[in-house]
Write a protein that binds this ligand. Structure first.
Ligand code: ADP
Ligand code: MG
Length: 261
């Protein structure tokens, strides 16, 4: 990979959609791996109590003593000590597990509750080029924290008819966070996922998405393929599990688009 002498300050991208199963976690891992492949320093933040991002990197988060929950809720815990160096694609991980589900409730009573993730990441921002935050499938306080910490939002959108419905609410939330908490927040792009080029349905949904959102839709489209569930089982990104697959190529192309935006 090309050498980049200086890293940081990191661009923070929140990978967000309140619908589950649309490819947030898959896109976080594989975009991260594709960025790392071309020399970027990448931190992946698991911000979902399900811990699927951690599992996707081969880590069993339920056995960890400390996770992002401890960094957020306990002032004396240093983020540096909780970030894990994974040997997967040279990316670092701030892991999560079910403990994080308590944070949503506990944070409500705190002053500056929307800015806990910003504060958590601040000490390490100069070490990375990209921090990718894998959000949970809701628009609750954790997701608002991710949006308050982000420069951009990447919205994976499943090529299914009903998936368009939730996007208006998500964009509304992004606009509110921009007005009230984080003026620099932008929509980096909408990523069509689970695309099946053989079905008219997929092509129709894709046309609707482009019609509704125009330029903000990435040119890169992620096809539906069994390769992705396989990589989850392998605990590896597709870029190393099946480096020449069309899925790996698609996430590399997404990485180039993200860098260009
Ligand atoms: P989310 O984080 O939005 O809930 P995931 O990334 O976990 O979604 O994906 C949900 C499921 O779909 C996982 O089993 C994953 O392996 C699978 N998956 C993700 N992307 C694709 C794809 N392009 N084609 C087929 N299966 C996919
Ligand atoms: Mg997920």
């Amino acid at each position: 990979p090309p050498l980049i002498a200086h890293h940081g300050p990191a661009k923070v991208l929140a990978v967000c959609n309140q619908k589950g199963g649309v490819g947030k976690t898959t896109s976080t891992i594989n975009l991260g791996a594709a960025l790392a492949e071309i020399g970027r320093r990448v931190l992946l933040v698991d911000f979902d109590p399900q811990g699927a991002l951690s599992v996707g990197l081969g880590i069993q988060p339920h056995h960890l003593d400390q996770t992002i929950y401890n960094v957020i809720m306990e002032r004396e815990v240093d983020v540096e000590n909780v970030i894990m160096r994974t040997n997967v694609a040279d990316m670092d991980l701030l892991p999560s597990n079910i403990d994080l589900s308590a944070a949503e409730v506990q944070l409500v009573a705190e002053v500056g509750r929307e800015h806990t993730l910003v504060r958590t990441l601040r000490p390490v921002m100069d070490r990375y080029d990209y921090v990718l935050v894998d959000c949970q499938p809701s628009l609750g306080l954790l997701t608002v924290n991710a949006l308050a910490a982000a420069d951009g939002v990447l919205i994976p959108l499943e090529c299914e008819f009903f998936s368009l419905r939730g996007v208006a609410l998500l964009i509304d939330t992004i606009e509110k966070v921009r007005e009230r908490l984080n003026p620099k927040l932008e929509i980096t792009g909408i990523l069509a996922t689970m695309y099946d080029p053989r079905t008219l349905h997929s092509r129709e949904v894709m046309a609707r998405v482009v019609e509704a959102f125009g330029e903000v839709v990435f040119d890169t489209v992620i096809n539906r393929t069994v390769r992705f569930p396989e990589t989850t089982v392998a605990g590896e990104p597709i870029t190393s599990w099946a480096p020449r697959s069309s899925g790996a190529k698609a996430y590399r192309s997404l990485a180039r688009e993200v860098i260009a935006r």
